[in-house]
Design a binder for this molecule. Sequence first.
Ligand code: SAM
Length: 314
Amino acid sequence: MSNSVESASDTVMLKEVFEGLTKPQKSLPSKYFYDKKGSHLFDEITELEEYYPTRTEIWILENYVDEIASYLGEEVELVEPGSGSSEKTRILLANMPNICCYVPMDISGDYLFKVAEQLQADYPNIKIMPLQADYTQPFDLPEYSPTARKVVFFPGSTIGNFRKERIELFMKVMSEMVGKEGALLIGADLKKDQEVLEAAYNDSKEITAAFNKNILSHINHKLGSDFNTGLFDHKSIWNEKDSRIEMHLIVNKSHSVQVNGTVIDFEKGETIHTENSHKYTLEGFAEMVSPWFEVKKVWTDERDYFSVQYLEPK
Ligand SMILES: C[S@@+](CC[C@H](N)C(=O)[O-])C[C@H]1O[C@@H](n2cnc3c(N)ncnc32)[C@H](O)[C@@H]1O
């Protein structure tokens, strides 16, 4: 098939897809899970029996919302990179009159604008300012009020999906964005039994499998490639050394795929590494963020499965 790359974002995607698929351990950036279908599949994952993170984080937010509000301050501009359905944010928007403005930010534009429209209807007193942007690339934040305190809300332990260099870049960008007076409210998943972790990412309804394979369909759609998702199987494994769940697509039959005119070979048994989800100890997390932020307060659930943390720039 001929070159079907049309936009600047498709050009970035093509470059990143090539980079990932030409490494000895093939990989793809996890942000490409999320087209419209991927965003919906992720929402389904969050409702699965085995998938504890979303429900546990929601429990923490609901139980401690008043205390969290007291940490955030009087007049807050809340910014959420990778906002998705904004479901968790609704807990804050509904219970914190101190939030004057909310900037949901997402790479998946159609979904973002639909969610934002509904939020504006549901919370008429809060200015909803959606921003379609890739937070790994430079972006400009819409200004609302110069006096509002900028607080970044980064739930879902999305930080755990980042590599070390990405964490450094993200923390630096966020600390500069909120400024000395701002803050970061962040969800961090905690270390726990391997069986609990592996079950959460290999669910019995195989929604996570569909979500993982959707990265190939999304790339086909955007780049005109010819991945056959039937030639890949989903698998998530716990990597103890690096304290992370790794999501892979395992090739079940040797074959070749054409991406923008270039042929890429896949051997039976090799994998495409699609995502990492790091799990933390509270001490390890505080140390990881310490060059940029100080952890001021931590809220957890009864089993210490998950944490919501309030951080201030150093
Ligand atoms: C796992 S969902 C999390 C949604 C929500 N923050 C929560 O915790 O429930 C991740 C969201 O981040 C978005 N996303 C992923 N990578 C992104 C990037 N580089 N820039 C902007 N949004 C991104 C996806 O489109 C998706 O909606």
